[in-house]
Design a protein around this ligand. Structure first.
Ligand SMILES: [Zn+2]
Length: 272
């Protein structure tokens, strides 16, 4: 069983000490590929370095939390980072009206700038939307990216339907394992067309709440993706192997992970 974690924040400080072991555990758990999320210009550079070092992939983008830090060089910097062969998407970018760490006009401006960059470079978009429906959908609709994923989908049915209508892929995290706030996803996941379903941990965040024992310091990591897979498979009433194969195929299609070098790179010894 081979899985792809389409979103892991491996540049996060909590992975600094033991990243080799984290990647090794992921591979031992069947997580053959990881797309390392870029959340600022600097983190996107580091994400590409990590991707290169471990034979993984990464994204280049600025999270809406950091929109207020963007400036005249941001798009050119992301453009430059995106030229790296292991950078397979633009993002994460989008809107977050939950925490509101950046003013809404800044969030919208830099979301649009990254949508345009992704389309210019013909790269898929890794999108974040939290409590930002329907504004998020309006902006996506006015740009119509050819390939985009609503990563870490946590919304309600109406939001899901709007995203599917826009042609978005849907990323499911361990939120679905949360009996307090993720229960609705167990039913909603059945409404996602099989070819649009993707799996992710969003590590180190969103540790599945029903994992026993809970990991040390509650840090989530890509090795826990099979736990999410099994929850999704149960919700769908399908064998886990089938959902694994399906979502891995979807990730390969979405990020165009077909180049000949990728499997060789994935076999590369872990030590740099
Ligand atoms: Zn996000």
């Amino acid at each position: 069983m081979l899985l792809t974690d389409i979103g892991a924040n491996l540049t996060h400080a909590s992975f600094r000490e033991d990243l080799d072991a984290v990647v090794a555990r992921a591979r031992a758990a069947g997580v053959a590929q990881i797309v390392v999320t870029g959340t600022t210009v600097e983190e996107s550079r580091r994400a590409a370095e990590i991707a290169e070092r471990f034979g993984l992939y990464s994204t280049a983008g600025v999270h809406p939390h950091h929109a207020r830090e963007c400036g005249p060089r941001t798009v050119a910097d992301l453009h430059e980072i995106a030229r790296h062969p292991r950078v397979v998407a633009i993002g994460e970018c989008g809107l977050d009206f939950n925490r509101n760490y950046s003013p809404h006009p800044d969030q919208e401006k830099w979301f649009v700038a990254q949508l345009e960059l992704g389309m210019e470079l013909d790269k898929p978009l890794f999108l974040h939307s939290r409590d930002a429906h329907p504004r998020f959908a309006e902006i996506v609709k006015s740009h119509r990216p050819t390939r985009a994923v609503a990563h870490c989908f946590t919304g309600e049915r109406e939001e899901l339907m709007a995203y599917l209508e826009l042609g978005l892929y849907i990323g499911i995290t361990g939120w679905i394992c949360d009996e307090r706030r993720g229960k609705h996803l167990l039913a909603l996941v059945r409404e996602i067309p099989p070819e649009r379903l993707l799996l992710e941990t969003d590590a180190p965040y969103l540790t599945p709440r029903d994992m026993r024992p809970q990991p040390k310091a509650r840090r989530n990591e890509p090795a826990f993706l099979p736990h999410i897979l099994h929850t999704v498979a149960r919700a769908l009433g399908r064998p886990a192997e089938e959902v694994a194969a399906l979502t891995t195929r979807n990730a390969a299609t979405f990020f165009s992970l077909h180049e000949s070098g990728s499997s060789a790179a994935a076999q590369r010894p872990l030590a740099a």
